[in-house]
Design a binder for this molecule. Sequence first.
Ligand SMILES: NC(=O)c1ccc[n+]([C@@H]2O[C@H](COP(=O)([O-])OP(=O)(O)OC[C@H]3O[C@@H](n4cnc5c(N)ncnc54)[C@H](OP(=O)(O)O)[C@@H]3O)[C@@H](O)[C@H]2O)c1
Length: 241
Amino acid sequence: MKKKAFVTGADRGLGYCLTEVLLVNDYRVFAGRYMKDWPWLDRLKAKYGDDLILVDLDISSSDSVEKAARLIKSETDSLDLLINNAAILGPDENNLAIFEPLDFDRLLRVYNVNTLGALRVTKALIDLVLNSQDKLIVNISSEAGSIERCWRTGEYGYCMSKAALNMQSAILHNSIRDKGGQVLVVQPGWMQTYMHGMRNDKADFPPEKSAADIYELIRRKDEFKGNKPVFVDHLGNLWPW
Ligand SMILES: NC(=O)c1ccc[n+]([C@@H]2O[C@H](COP(=O)([O-])OP(=O)(O)OC[C@H]3O[C@@H](n4cnc5c(N)ncnc54)[C@H](OP(=O)(O)O)[C@@H]3O)[C@@H](O)[C@H]2O)c1
């Protein structure tokens, strides 16, 4: 029987590439669709048919997450892999934000998507994950979430949201490891994706590369299994929290 996965924020960028790499490797994939007019997932659906199930999903909305979970539960009672990938950059990039006007409502939106969004999705689907063979949750974090390696003087919203996602991952791992569950926190590298609205060609590499690397980490998941969750980059190098 095929393994089953759910990927959030699958319209484009890393989420799309992870969806594709999982399909190529014989998973049945539930793909969270946020951008109704972005056509890439439709093309993938035409190619993979029943192995790809498109699920409308806005992780900032509890109603949307619960509706998505109901749809997934109508199709399967287990999920080997949950990838919390969807995130937004937020308003305050590239500025010395403490000396600028801060828009707290927009910062709350970043926290609601990047941190609470992942928690909403995990909460709604944890029973399916723990009912599977692999029981793996991959939370896509960022170097921006590492407190030890912090170098920025701005970007409060994004960095704090990812640091909080890391803490969420640690708590979650503690609570599911005795049930065979595992959380892997991944910094995917600087990718040519759409976080700024347009593809960022200045970044280090395309998301296809990061997705292929992360798939390797998923295959090697047992190496990262332990008492504590592991924070690694896409190549499997340990990152400090
Ligand atoms: N790009 C990098 O260099 C980089 C570096 C470190 C970590 N990351 C992390 O990698 C992950 C993937 O990012 P990416 O670079 O692939 O970004 P991306 O190209 O912007 O893809 C993210 C996808 O999630 C969607 N999304 C936004 N808000 C959502 C919501 N409320 N519910 C569900 N989906 C939503 C986005 O839609 P919209 O386009 O409409 O917002 C987009 O389709 C994120 O967790 C990000 O923080 C990225």
